[in-house]
Design a protein around this ligand. Structure first.
Ligand SMILES: Cc1cc2nc3c(=O)[nH]c(=O)nc-3n(C[C@H](O)[C@H](O)[C@H](O)COP(=O)(O)O)c2cc1C
Length: 340
């Protein structure tokens, strides 16, 4: 393997740790020259059951673009990104869409080992958090959002508990939406054998749920609203969430593909800042996509006039310190991310 190919391979190996909704891993990267890459989005690996998921796919593209730039920096390279975003309509009709070209200048700086470690150790934690986010880190993440002209807000402790409850309600209510339930079922990995075989999706151990029970809940979702048993299942689901985490929400313009892409860039930079300090986060995407939860969350946050062109509720997460979560797997680079 020549040195440039080795550099590309090493970069993509690190980039493969990027987070994606349901761990669908929708991004593909094609080497087009000595120092150039094209980035693609594979629609069958993105979420599509809720209408808002299409625009959210551009958040995932932004997350990957920011993650790739951080990976380059960690390895002593520099990555310039030229987004060439498709449209939501394209996303609904085409299987594979180019969304950016990137030029990588190799070995232009010292590798940043600490950043590399951070990118490798960044994970979603759905465990119990024993400590919230420090004030300094909270302010640092608020400043990252502000740099992107977005507003990140930390909720008070009473509202935090309510937000965690709203997320649980939205997750359970979504099971009654057939399209969303089928999509979730497609990505859930109910056993270790399934997890190891597919190397993608949401595995039971990362979800902090028993695999058999998780399958039972999806197959017999109507029980989630049954008197008695519904309450037991709610408490089981919430047992890792009544904790000392802090909940944050982000408001941003969210009416164009470009705006959604920029949300993704900010989300990844915030996630990296949190991971650098040894903290974890857990996105509450369901509150954004479930209409009732979205509306009730706006009330909780006292937002009277949500406006897609100015201040749309784009990202909600809990964050803090937890023990190390179970690892979610990735499809090997050569089998998926790297495209010939
Ligand atoms: C844009 C975006 C939205 C996400 N939304 C959710 C969510 O609603 N609930 C959740 O539990 N995880 C959510 N995640 C986390 C992914 O499921 C997670 O990144 C993926 O399973 C890979 O795991 P890892 O982050 O531990 O590497 C989201 C991630 C991204 C990038």
């Amino acid at each position: 393997m020549d040195a440039t190919q080795q550099n590309f391979t090493e970069l993509l190996e690190l980039a493969n740790h990027y987070p994606s909704p349901h761990n669908g891993q929708p991004i593909r990267a094609k080497r087009t020259g000595e120092s150039t890459l094209e980035l693609y989005f594979e629609t069958s690996r993105g979420l599509q059951a809720a209408e808002v998921s299409f625009l959210f796919s551009f958040v995932t593209m932004g997350v990957f673009a920011a993650h790739l730039a951080l990976c380059a920096q960690a390895l002593g390279h520099h990555c310039e990104m030229q987004p060439t975003l498709p449209t939501v309509e394209d996303l609904k009709h085409k299987p594979l869409l180019k969304f950016a070209s990137s030029t990588v200048s190799f070995n232009v700086a010292q590798p940043n080992m600490k950043l590399r470690e951070t990118l490798l150790s960044r994970q979603t934690s759905r465990k119990k958090y024993f400590e919230g986010i420090s004030e300094a880190l909270s302010n640092a993440t608020i400043a990252i959002a502000a740099k992107h002209k977005q507003q990140l807000v930390k909720m008070g402790s009473g509202a935090t508990k309510h937000a965690i409850w709203l997320n649980q309600r939205a997750v359970f209510d979504d099971m009654f939406d057939e399209a969303v339930r089928h999509e979730l079922d497609h990505w859930l990995r109910y056993s270790n054998a399934e997890k190891e075989q597919k190397h993608d999706g949401l595995s039971y151990d990362c979800m902090e749920l028993n695999g058999h029970l998780m399958k039972f809940m999806v197959r017999h979702y109507k029980l989630l609203r049954a008197p008695g048993i519904g309450q037991i299942l709610r408490e089981y689901y919430l047992r890792t969430m009544s904790d000392n985490s802090d909940v944050f929400y982000m408001l941003a313009p969210f009416s164009t593909e470009q705006q959604a892409y920029e949300v993704g860039i900010a989300v990844m930079q915030i996630w990296q800042a949190i991971a650098t300090e040894g903290y974890y986060l857990h996105p509450f995407g369901t509150i954004m996509s479930n209409d009732d939860a979205h509306r009730d969350f706006l009330k909780l946050a006292h937002i009277d006039h949500e406006d897609k062109t100015k201040n749309f509720m784009v990202f909600i997460y809990r964050a803090g310190k937890s023990i190390k979560p179970n690892a979610s797997l990735r499809i090997p680079v050569k089998e998926h991310l790297e495209m010939n």
